[in-house]
Design a protein around this ligand. Structure first.
Ligand SMILES: [Zn+2]
Length: 484
């Protein structure tokens, strides 16, 4: 705004900045009320905001809604904003398959100042959840005199989903939302478990069994609960990267022992060092340090785009940084995961859901066989098969069978929305009433979406420059004054 003000002082034919401020202030924001319960929080009426936004959505995309069905994805997320404050946010998006969702398509519903917990969701989101449940029970809204059938799906990361369904944490014995598989059978692809339904979750919660302890907050069938594909990538990659590090560390220790060297620091092992170098050469900021308490090597968290980079560029370089006897199998494991993930994250998957499941099962089997075939490896044991891996193999193919693809439900735009809310908290709010400011700002921004400049599509084409160290190389040439 300040920049605009300066510009408008210089160029007199631009509209005056105070007029713009006034215009923004005059945007009609629907009523915001306090969320129920003891937590600070603000909310729109879900029914009202859904109807308001549906009207706009249908006006803008008339042809898409000819069959009078509206699909609404509700998302939730919790994030720590500062040492003392965390916020949980709920938002919704209209799902139009085939179109890329931007942050302006995500509409906030409510924000509460609380850590993620069942009690916070139950109390703070009570009104919103009640009206979503009402909509699930009678799935219809009227827009401009016309009736539309509403289909609600819910998408969030695993932790949020478990809390919302009243279930125990992801490391509990029965932590799958979609079936009752136990932790000990998760790696065994020949074992099947009973599929959960909303009714069975409710019954288990009453009996306090099978990982359920509280009544689910939304009356959604597990088929309508969808996992976010990006979180799936992140968590599976964590396990694969951990295995690379552990295996290199074990190899270094064995080699030192074999050569009769006195033990060296784990971070200084030759294979660990080449692993760090190889990963850095893929253009990912990476180093390791020793955690004395856990006796494990730690590494900085790697974000989604960097993990995608590794999945693409690390496998061909594996022979530089893993024990030679295992390289072929590790490469296969990474490449096969890459193929499976590219199908999961595609709008037009090339595998059918059965093929995808077949590939997934084969992948888990080669993962669990790895430790048998390579006893000196570390990190590929059957216990490492995580809830996300199980989900990827056993339930994602079913979701894709029902909805065609799960990319359309991706939470990337929602995460951007949450970043915006965070920005509002730090820079756009005087902290007197931050939750309300977040909802207000978000709504104003979405209302002005038609004014937004359409960005020129840009694709990074020069692989050598963007991903193979070109950009890092050129940055290194700039003299660093503060550290000579
Ligand atoms: Zn399951």
């Amino acid at each position: 705004m300040e920049f605009y003000h300066e510009m408008s002082m210089r160029f007199k034919d631009l509209p005056r900045s105070y007029k713009l401020k006034k215009f923004k202030k005059n945007i009609n924001v629907p009523d915001i009320t306090k969320t129920p319960g003891t937590f600070d929080g603000a909310q729109f009426s879900f029914k009202d905001i859904l109807e308001t936004m549906a009207k706009k959505e249908i006006e803008e995309n008339k042809n898409y809604y000819n069959d009078n069905i509206i699909m609404v994805k509700v998302s939730g997320d919790g994030a720590k904003y500062s040492r003392t404050s965390s916020f949980c946010l709920l938002s919704f998006t209209f799902i139009r398959d085939g179109s890329n969702l931007s942050v302006l398509d995500v509409h906030s519903i409510a924000a509460i100042k609380a850590h993620e917990s069942y009690e916070a969701f139950r109390d703070g989101f009570a009104d919103v959840f009640a009206s979503i449940n009402q909509l699930i029970a009678s799935p219809q809204i009227t827009v401009d005199g016309k009736n539309y059938r509403v289909k609600i799906v819910f998408c969030a990361d695993y932790k949020f989903l478990l809390l919302m369904m009243g279930m125990k944490a992801a490391n509990s014995k029965h932590s799958c939302i979609w079936c009752t598989i136990s932790e000990s059978n998760r790696h065994d692809m020949s074992k099947t478990a009973e599929k959960r339904t909303l009714q069975s979750i409710k019954t288990s919660a009453t009996n306090g069994e099978l990982g359920c302890k509280n009544a689910p907050l939304l009356n959604l069938e597990p088929d309508d609960i969808i996992c976010d594909e990006l979180h799936l990538l992140l968590r599976v990659m964590d396990i694969l990267i951990q295995a690379l590090i552990n295996t290199a560390k074990a190899y270094d220790a064995n080699e030192a022992h074999r050569l009769g060297q006195r033990s060296i620091k784990a971070t200084e092992g030759p294979l660990i060092q080449s692993l760090v170098k190889t990963i850095s050469e893929c253009g990912v900021h990476f180093y390791v340090w020793e955690d004395k308490k856990e006796d494990e090597l730690q590494w900085p968290s790697i974000m989604g785009p960097a993990k995608k980079k590794l999945l693409k560029y690390l496998p061909p370089e594996m022979d530089k940084c893993q024990p030679s006897g295992m390289v072929t199998d590790i490469k296969t494991l990474w490449n096969d995961f890459s193929t499976i993930y590219s199908n999961i994250s595609s709008r037009t998957p090339s595998y059918t859901s059965d093929q995808l499941q077949g590939q997934g099962i084969k992948w888990i089997e080669s993962f669990t066989d790895f430790s048998k075939n390579h006893p000196s490896s570390d990190g590929y044991d059957p216990e490492k098969v995580s809830p996300y891996m199980h989900l990827m193999v056993k339930h994602v193919p079913t979701m894709m069978g029902i909805y065609g693809n799960i990319k359309q439900f991706s939470c990337q735009a929602v995460e951007k929305k949450n970043d915006d809310a965070k920005k509002t908290f730090f820079h756009g709010s005087n902290k007197w009433d931050p939750a309300t400011d977040m909802l207000k700002r978000g709504f104003q921004k979405n209302s002005l979406r038609h004014c937004e400049r359409r960005k020129r599509p840009f694709e990074k084409q020069d692989d050598l420059w963007w991903y193979k160290g070109g950009i890092q190389e050129s940055r290194r040439k700039i003299p660093r004054i503060s550290r000579q």
